[in-house]
Structures are given as structure tokens and as C-alpha cells.
Design a protein around this ligand. Structure first.
Ligand code: HPA
Ligand code: ZN
Length: 325
């Protein structure tokens, strides 16, 4: 049995990371951008490890040069999401790639993305919202103009602020200024933590940045006292099991802590991260979790309710999503 048509809520996906390789190849051809090293012989994205993945990701992103390119990508994302039963998704958008951190340029990109999302919602029924994201390995000084872009466009569509990139660089606290600015603008907060570094990073994310959701967070399992803190405070984990296995955080799904975290009362949700990079889809994630952990439709309904309640959208949108689950 496949869970393709089951309604799903996805909270953790990178906008550029959802671009199918064919989409990137087509744009590269149109713009005569040389993407040698980005693809393997079979046409999929080629990378050796996480740090190399980040550099291939950034190389592929070079073909996205205009607001219209992002509008096209947004339409492709919504079609892909709809094919896998997703009814609500949040994607990470990086003004670093959309106008280089300039607020005026970012507004133009956002306008195009939003128009495409509204049109896509009418066609597919998928509701999309954006989380502005700074990039950790670009450093805290470059995060500040990104937080300003976020603050200036905070509202009913840009609903959150977050951080991706290389978790092994610097500390969460280095980005406190940017997260404070975003919080003061009314944005909800999440950050990648506890994927490459251990529980300490998850603690820092909560204590130093005050986030209410954590991207991945799975290595918190190495500190059960902290697992209990997450459960008590209702901190939500955006778990991406296929990404974790593909990048070697865990050798296979049966070694993944998602089941243990859930049993211990942590609010877990399921996402794809960068689906074509990790050869995954929401359907594949659900099918694999069902096979390995025996989860059924009721388990997934529970998880999707958790995700809908943790979504950063306004309450009217949340009510619409909950009704469709
Ligand atoms: N992890 C961290 N940073 C990222 C990712 C990811 O999967 N994709 C794009 N930036
Ligand atoms: Zn991610």
C-alpha cells in the first residue's frame, strides 16, 4: 500500500533544494551556465558528503537568476507537492540567493514567488508559506541583512525566520542579533541543529536563539534529559529521515531515532529537506516509515495534526488545513 494520496503537511523543505535536476539543467541551457560537477552520469545530483552537498547545492542555485526563475521553480514545487498529497508546505527561502541580501531586490523575488504560489494554490490546492533563512557558513554578519529582509517582509506569507547551512561552523549564539530582529518583527523561529552536532547544539538553539521548532534535532537522542525537556516544552522537530540516511547521519532507517523520540513524547513531524538531492518524496518517506516502524494511517494522521499545529501560518489557514486532514 502506498500513502501517496494521504493528506500531508510538510514543514522542512529548501526551496532551491526541491528543484528537480531536469529543471536546473533546462535553466542552465537557457542561460548558458556551465554546471560541470553538479550532476552524475545518470543525471542526478552528485555529491560525496554533506559539505560537498552544500557546495553542489550552491552551484546548481546559480542558474536561478531572476524573480521569474523563482516563480517557475515555485510552480514546479507546488505540482510536485500536490502529486504526493501535500496540502500545506513551508519552504526555506534565502535572500542570499534572491537578490544578494538587498531588501529591494528581495521584495521583487518575493512578489514573483508569492504570485506563483497563489496561482499554484488555485490550481493544485497546495498552500505554501515561506521561511526566510540565513546561511550559517556565510557567517553572522551576512545573516543581519537577511534578517532585515525577513523583518521587512514579515506577514501572512513570510511567516518565519530560520537558519540552514553548515552546522559545524560557529555557534547558534553568534546569530542571536538576527534571530532577535526576526522575533521582534513577529516571525516564528526555527534553526537547523542536532543533525551534524550533538545535543549541545539543540540546547543552544533553544536557549540562545529561543526557537520553537528545530530542523532535524534528531541527535538530541544522545541526551535523554534534554529529550525530556523538548517533550515538556513542546518543541517540535522537523525530522527528515530520508535526508539523514542519504547523508549518512544514520546507516539505515531502522537505526533512526524518530520512533524513540516519538515514544518519549517529543513532537516529531516528517519532511523531505531537499527531495531530488536525497532521492526522496513525501510518499517515499511515509512508505518507508510504515515498512520499518509499522506506522499506519492513524499514526500519520497524528503526525500531520502535530505538523499543522506547529505550522507558522495564521490561525484561519491552520483551521483550513486541519479540516482537510
Ligand atoms: N541542510 C542544511 N542546509 C541546507 C540544506 C540542508 O539540507 N539544504 C540547503 N541548505
Ligand atoms: Zn534542511
Amino acid at each position: 500500500m502506498s500513502f501517496r494520496s494521504l493528506p500531508k503537511v510538510e514543514l522542512h523543505m529548501h526551496h532551491e533544494g526541491a528543484a528537480p535536476p531536469e529543471f536546473i539543467r533546462r535553466l542552465a541551457q537557457e542561460k548558458s551556465v556551465n554546471l560541470s560537477g553538479v550532476f552524475s552520469e545518470d543525471g542526478s545530483y552528485a555529491y560525496r558528503d554533506f559539505v560537498h552537498f552544500l557546495s553542489v547545492y550552491e552551484a546548481a542555485t546559480q542558474v536561478l537568476q531572476t524573480p521569474e526563475d523563482y516563480a517557475r521553480l515555485t510552480r514546479a514545487i507546488l505540482e510536485q507537492s500536490a502529486e504526493h498529497g501535500v496540502i500545506y508546505a513551508e519552504t526555506f527561502l534565502s535572500p542570499d540567493f534572491c537578490g544578494g541580501g538587498d531588501v529591494g531586490a528581495w521584495r521583487e523575488y518575493l512578489h514573483a514567488i508569492r504570485e506563483a504560489a497563489d496561482e499554484g494554490e488555485r490550481d493544485t490546492g497546495v498552500v505554501l508559506r515561506g521561511i526566510v533563512t540565513c546561511i550559517r557558513h556565510f557567517g553572522p554578519d551576512r545573516a543581519k541583512p537577511i534578517a532585515l529582509c525577513a523583518a521587512e517582509t514579515a506577514g501572512d506569507w513570510i511567516v518565519g525566520f530560520g537558519m540552514g547551512g553548515d552546522e559545524n561552523k560557529g555557534k547558534q549564539a553568534d546569530f542571536g542579533y538576527s534571530f532577535d530582529m526576526a522575533r521582534e518583527a513577529g516571525l516564528r523561529l526555527t534553526t537547523h541543529a542536532g543533525e551534524w552536532r550533538g545535543p549541545r547544539e539543540v540546547r543552544d538553539a533553544i536557549e540562545d536563539l529561543g526557537v520553537e521548532r528545530i530542523g532535524h534535532g534528531v541527535r538530541v537522542i544522545e541526551d535523554l534529559a534534554l529529550v525530556d525537556v523538548l517533550a515538556e516544552r513542546g518543541i517540535v522537530l522537523e525530522v527528515c529521515p530520508g535526508s539523514n540516511v542519504r547523508l549518512g547521519v544514520y546507516p539505515h532507517l531502522s537505526a533512526h531515532p524518530i520512533e524513540k523520540l516519538r515514544e518519549r513524547g517529543v513532537k516529531v513531524t516528517i519532511s523531505t529537506d531537499d527531495p531530488p538531492f536525497f532521492h526522496t518524496t513525501m510518499t517515499r518517506e511515509y512508505d518507508n516509515l510504515a515498512r520499518v516502524f509499522g506506522w499506519n494511517e492513524d499514526d500519520f494522521l497524528d503526525l500531520n495534526r502535530v505538523a499543522a499545529n506547529a505550522a507558522f501560518c495564521d490561525e484561519a489557514t491552520r483551521a483550513r488545513i486541519l479540516e482537510r486532514l
